[in-house]
Ligand binder design. Structure first.
Ligand code: 13P
Length: 249
C-alpha cells in the first residue's frame, strides 16, 4: 500500500568529481530496486546528480532548505533555488542539524511549510538521544517532534511527506535499533499522526523510514517490519555496491 522509499544521505561528502563517479556506478546497479530510490547530496553536487540521473529511477534530494523565499540570509539556500535545479526531496531536521546548527522543532516546521508550498517533498527527521531513551522519554520526545513538525500542515499534504525515524544513538555508530524497537517506535510516530489527522491518512499516506546504521546486512530484517517503509542511509550510501544492496534488499 505504501511504496517503500530508500534515500541516501551523503552528508558533507563527495566533490563533483566523486559524485560523477559514484552516480555513474550506481545507475545500473539500482535500476531494479525494490524501493523508490533517492540520493540526497550536498548543494554543490545537486546539479551534477540531477543531470546524470535524468531518465533513471533515481531521484535527487537536498539536505536542507531555508524557510524564507529569499533575502538577507547569507549562506542559505531557498526552495526555488532547489526546484530550479530539478531537486525532488529535501531532508529537514536531521539530528546533526539539531545538534550542531541550532535547529529547533519550530525551524523544522518553518522549513517543512516552505518546502511544501513550493512542491518539494520533505523528509522530516525525528529521533531520540540515548539519554532520552534511557530516561524513558522516547514517546514524549517523538510526540513533541512530530506534532511541532506537522503544525499547520494540511492533511492533503501528507502524501508528499516522508518521516525518517533516526535514533541519534544509532547514527554512524554501527549500533542499529533492533527491528522490533524500530518498528515499535515508528508506530508511536504513526499513532501521533493518526491523532493529529486521521487513522486513514496516517496509515495510507505517510511513509516512515528508519535510519541509523542501516546496511546490506540488516536491511532485510528492518524492511520486513510492517511499520517500516524504507530507510535513510548515511555511511552505506557512499558506496555504490552497498547502497545498491540496500535498495534491492
Ligand atoms: P548512518 O547510516 O551512517 O548511521 O547515518 C544515518 C543517517 O544519519 C542518515 O540520515
Amino acid at each position: 500500500m505504501r511504496t517503500p522509499i530508500i534515500a541516501g544521505n551523503w552528508k558533507m561528502n563527495n566533490t563533483i568529481a566523486a559524485t560523477k563517479a559514484l552516480v555513474t556506478e550506481l545507475i545500473p546497479l539500482v535500476k531494479d530496486a525494490k524501493a523508490e530510490v533517492v540520493i540526497c547530496t550536498p548543494y554543490t553536487d545537486l546539479a551534477t546528480a540531477v543531470e546524470l540521473t535524468k531518465g533513471t529511477n533515481i531521484k535527487v534530494g537536498a539536505e536542507n532548505v531555508h524557510w524564507a523565499e529569499k533575502g538577507a540570509f547569507t549562506g542559505e539556500i531557498s526552495a526555488d533555488m532547489l526546484l530550479e535545479l530539478g531537486v525532488t526531496y529535501v531532508i529537514i531536521g536531521h539530528s546533526e542539524r539539531r545538534q550542531y546548527f541550532g535547529e529547533t522543532d519550530q525551524t523544522v516546521n518553518a522549513r517543512v511549510k516552505a518546502a511544501l508550498a513550493k512542491g518539494l517533498k520533505p523528509i522530516i527527521c525525528v529521533g531520540e538521544t540515548l539519554e532520552e531513551r534511557e530516561g524513558g522519554k522516547v514517546e514524549e520526545v517523538l510526540v513533541r517532534q512530530t506534532t511541532e513538525a506537522f503544525k499547520d500542515i494540511a492533511e492533503d499534504a501528507l502524501e508528499n511527506i516522508v518521516v525518517a525515524y533516526e535514533p541519534v544513538w544509532a547514527i554512524g555508530t554501527g549500533k542499529t535499533a533492533t527491528a522490533e524497537v524500530a518498528n515499535d517506535t515508528i508506530k508511536i510516530i504513526r499513532d501521533t499522526l493518526a491523532r493529529l489527522y486521521s487513522a486513514k491518512s496516517a496509515e495510507e499516506k505517510v511513509r516512515i523510514q528508519y535510519g541509523g546504521s542501516m546496511n546490506p546486512k540488516n536491511v532485510k530484517e528492518l524492511m520486513a517490519m510492517p511499520e517500516i517503509d524504507g530507510g535513510l542511509i548515511g555511511g552505506a550510501s557512499l558506496k555504490a555496491v552497498d547502497f545498491s544492496l540496500v535498495v534491492s534488499y
